[in-house]
Write a new protein. Structure first.
Length: 307
């Protein structure tokens, strides 16, 4: 990481890299590993990433600007998924490099649909993720050859996003495709998203972590209040009031839990992680409201912050 006070000499490189793939192939985990800090939420539940999130990594003379995208949705055609798919299409058409993420050794119809969106004019690296989960390693070589026949990939990278050496190798490969130009962001910036946005993402991650597959992915989080004040014993104090939006009364009961225990747990875990991320004392109040059919309502999808 380049120190923000350092003067950078020599030619600088700077460019955008889109991370694309079907839901649940590890795109957000990869983004967090490439940036070196958690800025995108991760969960076992498919479709946790809802927005285009920019993460920034600076190394020597190069600034990598990573764009995480929602997993391209083919299962449901509601207003929320139309908005998510528009975000994916916008991201892949306007970058210097694409990382196409698939599960190593696997290529399903959902992967093919994402691959079909990619431009032949933008270099693309095949990231065969979760290599640690593959038992028959010798079969990967044959599979990689088959993948190269499906698309003219600039590089093939079998790897695991959880392996630090693999992440370093991927950064070296990415660097070659970024243009020589001045950096867009200062050396200490990690993301172009606001703290308010990151708060809503963190709450949503804990919501999905603690409800498992019981809660539909259409649940969302809206920040009602975000204020900052100087603390008496700490340098920063942030007060947040947020509402978890669900589609049914049954979902509301599930999120609140017996005696309010689950909601309390969601709040505690989110608050602890936010205090580390923001280097502040955080006071977090959470409510749960039912808004039936919001994911099918274009106006409401927009009002909840989706493009």
């Amino acid at each position: 990481m380049t120190d923000s006070t350092e003067t950078i000499t020599g030619p600088q490189r700077c460019g955008t890299v889109a991370i694309v793939g079907k839901p649940n192939v590890g795109k957000s985990t990869l983004l967090n590993a490439l940036v070196g800090q958690k800025i995108s939420i991760t969960s076992r539940k498919a479709q946790t990433t809802r927005h285009r999130i920019t993460g920034i990594h600076n190394a020597d003379h190069t600034q990598f600007i990573f764009v995480d995208t929602p997993g391209f949705q083919t299962a449901h055609g509601n207003a929320l998924n139309r908005s998510l798919n528009k975000t994916v299409l916008g991201a892949v058409g306007d970058v210097d490099l694409v990382l196409f993420v698939v599960n190593a050794g696997s290529f399903a119809e959902a992967d093919a649909k994402v691959l079909a969106l990619l431009s032949k004019n933008i270099p693309c690296i095949l990231v065969a993720n979760k290599l640690d989960k593959v038992n028959q390693r010798h079969e990967i070589a044959q599979w990689l050859q088959e993948m190269q026949e499906k698309h003219a990939f600039a590089e093939l990278m079998p790897m695991s996003a959880k392996n630090t050496k693999d992440i370093q190798r991927l950064l070296v490969q990415c660097e070659k495709y970024l243009p020589e130009q001045a950096w867009w962001y200062t050396a200490d910036e990690l993301t172009d998203r606001s703290e308010k946005f990151l708060v809503s993402e963190m709450i949503r991650e804990k919501l999905f972590r603690l409800t498992g597959d019981e809660l539909p992915y259409t649940s969302t989080v809206v920040i009602d209040k975000f204020t900052e004040e100087p603390g008496k014993t700490v340098s920063r104090m942030v007060r947040v009031a947020a509402t978890i939006i669900v589609e049914r009364d049954g979902h509301k009961a599930m999120v609140i839990g017996e005696g309010g225990e689950r909601l309390k747990q969601i709040g505690t875990l989110a608050r602890q992680e936010l205090e580390k991320l923001m280097d502040a004392k955080v006071f977090l109040e959470l409510w749960v409201k039912v808004r039936s059919g919001w994911a099918d309502d274009e106006a409401r999808v927009r009002s909840f912050g989706y493009e």
